[in-house]
Every structure is written in structure tokens, then in C-alpha cells.
Ligand binder design. Structure first.
Ligand code: BES
Ligand code: MN
Ligand code: ZN
Length: 497
């Protein structure tokens, strides 16, 4: 979809969108059209019982005096609630509503609402952002033979606003971030017959054109580094495991390094501790953590952030096989700590154990933040709304939650405690890879912490939020690209001068 900004100039044909404030309040531009159509707008508002609440839409076809136009009224709600996030939701609402009246292109009139928290250009830019995020579709495998592709939204939105240049600039800064979100969604949506660890590594390599330095380690190199925990997960797959390192050095020599680490299990059958058949297809998105990291690297490099950021993703496929690891195996991780593998389906933590250790050892980062669709237990705790956050550092936790709030990604802090840590002790090795029945997301986090070597660390269990079965305010169903925008904000707010 193309989005353009222009100074206000009302056209006399085409699809015209106006925002309507609470209590059916029209802006000046809408009022002028109302006059030119002998009150068609006010009549329709009355007849349609339209109050201008958020989520409401009303279309008026070919009104007298403006026969060549369709007017779409979109409820914007109370002016006092109209902040940047709310504006994004309105943008998403406009995108859908325009598609609903089968408009291919539309002109959206944006005026500053009296009492709104944001001024007109920022309001317009955020409306554009919302529309852009909502316009994502994963239609790569729709040939049109059966399913005509479903209803499509507009392919062009022109936003009319006083201060169009300012709005254009603001939106321009966001575009690379949206590209990062869409990249994460594309990766997560890809089916696992295509999405092997090597395929994922090839997608990472494409970030080179944004100025990201990309290194790919294969199994031979990882064996030399003694990454036996990660390698054990992939040993049942015919597809070679990979570890990808992505570096963006926009911050200069003396800047601190931020690191992101992602679980990239390209398909999780559970291994020998095999999962039940029902819903196993969901495990195509078990590389969602890696998707977040890769998308965030694309966003950060795409907008040339003045920060030094490292992204590390562990890419493996977890399969049952004659060569697969067994329950009861003991592996020695890169850190030297030994792990008794009680359940081969608790594989994400084995991958992250080596990826975390490698990251802190090689890059001496200021912080490490890992992302993983790690446990079903986090979905039991928080449902599909909030991601679970674990952190060894209170300041880091607060900064992440706050960046999430700014962009509308919900993050809830969970506890770490020595009492949980003890629950993964075992007589046969330094630790086992599963704890007792209760608190499964917490014991998984405790396991990871043992590989952080006391570097300030945060872990986001995104199992509940990497994919959405229902439509979200800014997203179609499917892969969400969760945390790409949070990480972009986090870097911007804390690591750029
Ligand atoms: N990838 C799964 C977690 C998951 C479940 C992600 C559902 C997304 C949706 C993870 O590897 C896993 O299998 N975890 C087990 C751990 C258990 C064996 C201790 C789980 O949560 O059941
Ligand atoms: Mn698993
Ligand atoms: Zn998994």
C-alpha cells in the first residue's frame, strides 16, 4: 500500500474519509462537505445513530452535490483519549473500512481535534502507521485458483493534513520499523518445509544490504565451540543447525553494546518426547523469538540507529529420529555446565543456553535480552495478551515494560527466585532441563539465567503472543511480529545519544 501526505484540498470525486469525534463532532473540512451536499453528512449521522465512538463507521454514497464521491465517516472517540496509539488504531480502522466499501484508494482528511493529545501532523503520521501495520497480508501461497485472495484493503491512501511535510517526515522514520515488523511476520508465517535453519540464515544474510554484518556458524564451527546443548536439539534433523550473528554498529567505538538473542526452532515436533498431533502445526512459529530479533535488527539498521546492537539467533529443527537425542541423555553445554535432558520437548532452553553463553563471552554486552516461544505454561499464566518478562535487573525490566507500553505491546513481569532455581537441580548432572509440574515458565527462565554469567539479562517468553488466532487492533490474524517495535523503542530511548 502506498501512503502519501498532502496539504488539505478537498476533491470532488473519489472516496473521502473524515474522522468524527465523540458526540458526532465534524471537523471543518467535513462541515464544508456537509454544506456542499445540503446536509447529507449530518442527516446520515442522525439516521445512522452515529455518535463518533471509536470503532464506528458509516458510508454515504453519491450524496447530492458531490455525486462522484463516497464519504466514509470514521468514529474517532473522545478527543482527550486521542494519543499516538489511539491514532494508530484509527488508521487500522480506516484501512479496514475503506476495504469494506471496496475502495482501491482513499483520501483521508485529518484535522487537529480540539483537546487531543497530539497535533495534526503527528496524528496523521500515526494514522498512516496504523494503516500500514494493518495492511500486512501473508498471501504468498494463495494462487487465486481457489481462494481469490479474500477481501483486500486499499492500495493507496492519501492523507490530507496541515503540515504534510512534518507528517511525511515522521512517517518516513517509522517505515523501516514497519518493514522490520513485516519481516518478522513473513519469517514466522513461512511453512517449515521451506523454513529450514539454512533458509533462515539466508534470510538473515539479506540484512547485509542494510549495513548489518552477518556471520553464519554451521555445525562444525559450533562443535569446535562446544555448543553441545544447541547441537543436541538439532541432531535428529537432516537439516543442519545454524547460529547467526548480526551486528549493527551505528553507535561508534565507545557506545555500549545491546544484545538480542532469539530461539529459532524452525519446527518443534518435541523430538523423541513427541508432541500430540492436535495443533502441532502451530510449531512452525517456534522460531518466533528469532523472528523478533531479525525483525528488530532490520528496523534498527533500516533507520540507521546510532547504537551498537548485536543479534544472535540459534536455528535448529527438533525432530524424532534414529539419531535424535534421548530422554536421560546428559550434554555438556558451551559454559561447561552439564544438563540432563529429561524431556526433549524442552528444547528451546538448550538452544538458548549456548546462544546466551556465546553472546556474553564474545561481545561483553551491556545487557542481554532473549526472546523465545519457550513454554505453554506462560500461556496458562497470561493467556494470549501479555508476554511474560523475567529479568535479573529491575531497571532493565522497567525500561522494557515502558517501551512496550509506548507502542502498545503488553509485557508482564514474572518472578525469579532461588526457590524456583533449586527445582531444576538433579543428582546426575548440574541441572535438568525441566522442573516440576507447576511454574513451568518460571523454571524455564531460571534455567536460562544459569547461562547469563551475571550479565544484566531479560527474557521474554512470547509463546502466547507471537501468533494471534484473532484479529488485533493493529494486526490481521497470524504472526504478530511481537516486540520488534518495543525493541526499536528500547534502543532509541536508552542507547542512542
Ligand atoms: N515450543 C514449545 C512451547 C510452545 C507451546 C510455544 C505452545 C508455542 C505454543 C516448547 O518447546 C515446549 O514444547 N515446551 C514444553 C516444555 C515442557 C516439556 C517442560 C511445554 O511448554 O509444554
Ligand atoms: Mn518443545
Ligand atoms: Zn519449542
Amino acid at each position: 500500500m502506498k501512503i502519501a501526505f498532502a496539504e488539505p484540498k478537498l476533491p470532488t470525486s473519489g472516496l473521502l474519509v473524515f474522522l468524527v469525534g465523540a458526540e458526532a463532532q465534524l471537523g471543518a473540512a467535513a462541515k464544508s462537505v456537509d454544506k456542499a451536499t445540503k446536509g447529507a453528512l449530518t442527516r446520515a449521522l442522525k439516521a445512522g445513530n452515529f455518535a463518533g465512538k471509536k470503532g464506528e463507521n458509516l458510508s454515504i454514497l453519491a450524496p447530492q452535490g458531490r455525486e462522484k464521491t463516497t464519504i466514509l465517516l470514521v468514529g474517532a472517540g473522545e478527543a482527550k483519549d486521542l494519543d499516538a496509539l489511539r491514532a494508530q488504531e484509527i488508521g487500522s480502522q480506516i484501512y479496514k473500512a475503506v476495504g469494506g466499501v471496496s475502495g482501491k484508494s482513499a483520501i483521508v482528511s485529518v484535522e487537529a481535534a480540539r483537546g487531543a493529545k497530539v497535533r495534526a501532523p503527528r496524528l496523521a503520521a500515526n494514522i498512516a502507521i496504523g494503516a500500514r501495520l494493518r495492511s500486512y497480508r501473508y498471501d504468498k501461497y494463495l494462487t487465486g485458483a481457489v481462494n481469490g485472495g479474500g477481501s483486500r484493503g486499499p492500495n493507496r491512501l492519501q492523507i490530507m493534513v496541515k503540515g504534510a511535510a512534518d507528517a511525511r517526515k515522521r512517517y518516513g522514520q517509522f517505515a523501516p520499523v514497519a518493514d522490520g515488523v513485516d519481516l518478522a511476520r513473513d519469517l514466522v508465517s513461512e511453512p517449515s518445509n521451506v523454513k529450514s535453519p539454512k533458509w533462515m540464515a539466508a534470510q538473515c544474510r539479506k540484512l547485509t544490504k542494510l549495513g548489518v554484518k552477518v556471520e553464519v556458524l554451521g555445525e562444525a564451527q559450533m562443535r569446535k565451540l562446544r555448543m553441545n546443548a544447541l547441537l543436541a536439539v538439532g541432531q535428529g534433523s537432516v537439516r543442519e543447525s545454524q547460529l547467526v550473528v548480526m551486528r549493527w554498529n551505528g553507535g561508534g567505538r565507545n557506545a555500549k553494546t545491546v544484545s538480542f538473542i532469539g530461539k529459532g526452532v524452525t519446527f518443534d515436533t518435541g523430538g523423541i518426547s513427541i508432541k500430540p498431533a492436535g495443533g502441532m502445526e502451530d510449531m512452525i512459529w517456534d522460531m518466533g523469538g528469532a523472528g523478533t530479533v531479525i525483525g528488530a535488527m532490520a528496523a534498527i539498521a533500516g533507520r540507521k540507529a546510532k547504537a551498537n546492537v548485536v543479534g544472535v539467533v540459534g536455528l535448529v529443527e527438533n525432530m524424532p529420529d534414529g539419531n535424535a537425542q534421548r530422554p536421560g541423555d546428559i550434554v555438556t553445554s558451551m559454559s561447561g555446565q552439564t544438563i540432563e535432558v529429561i524431556n526433549t520437548d524442552a528444547e528451546g532452553r538448550l538452544v538458548l543456553a549456548d546462544a546466551l553463553w556465546y553472546t556474553q563471552k564474545r561481545f561483553k554486552p551491556d545487557v542481554m535480552i532473549d526472546f523465545a516461544t519457550l513454554t505453554g505454561a506462560i500461556m496458562v499464566a497470561l493467556g494470549r495478551e501479555y508476554a511474560g518478562l523475567y529479568a535479573s535487573d529491575n531497571g532493565l525490566a522497567e525500561r522494557l515494560v515502558s517501551s512496550g507500553q509506548t507502542v502498545g505491546e503488553k509485557i508482564w513481569r514474572m518472578p525469579l527466585d532461588n526457590a524456583y532455581d533449586k527445582q531444576i537441580n538433579t543428582p546426575r548432572a548440574d541441572m535438568k532441563n525441566v522442573g516440576p509440574r507447576w511454574g513451568g515458565s518460571i523454571t524455564a527462565a531460571q534455567f536460562l539465567q544459569r547461562f547469563t554469567n551475571d550479565v544484566p539479562w531479560a527474557h521474554l517468553d512470547i509463546a502466547g503472543v507471537a501468533w494471534s488466532d484473532k484479529e488485533l487492533p493493529l494486526m490481521a490474524r497470524g504472526a504478530s511480529g511481537f516486540a520488534v517495535r518495543t525493541l526499536d523503542r528500547f534502543v532509541c530511548e536508552n542507547y542512542e545519544s
